[in-house]
Design a protein around this ligand. Structure first.
Ligand SMILES: [Zn+2]
Length: 140
């Protein structure tokens, strides 16, 4: 997965399996982990690696820039990422640029949130919700 350094904006590639380890930016040595924000998924291959090898549950937000309710749910997901560093990964899949991934999971409407545990879909929800409603709906 690609993590953009908050300090210097350099893109760093970190294996999803190592997301609980300590990782530092290759350029400025600022800590990249634990992740306290949703991470954009760059490619279908990165999506597969993330879902398959992340050692924590992965909550995937299928969204698009033109979708109003997606803009409502985005800050709620940022709150969850801030509250659960190292316990949960929140990944964002842009259904425009990663249509192949959205099609594979038969995403009919956005936003759709899909929770993956141990590489498999555990549950999904559609529509905008608050952070607390999302956490309780997925029993997180
Ligand atoms: Zn940096």
């Amino acid at each position: 997965m690609i993590l953009t350094c908050l300090a210097c904006s350099k893109a760093n590639r970190v294996p999803a399996a190592r997301v609980l380890d300590k990782a530092k930016c290759a350029a400025c040595k600022a800590p990249l982990l634990p992740l306290r924000r949703p991470v954009p998924v760059a490619s279908a291959a990165d999506f597969d690696e993330l879902v398959r090898s992340a050692p924590v549950p992965v909550l995937v937000d299928f969204w698009a820039a033109w979708c109003g309710p997606c803009r409502v749910v985005a800050p709620e997901l940022e709150k969850i990422a801030e509250q659960r560093p190292g316990q949960l990964l929140i990944a964002k899949v842009d259904t425009e640029s990663l249509g192949e991934v959205a099609a594979r999971f038969a995403i009919q409407s956005i936003p759709t949130l899909v929770l993956f545990r141990n590489g498999a879909e555990a549950n999904r929800l559609s529509g905008a919700m608050s952070a607390s409603a999302i956490l309780s709906a997925f029993a997180l």
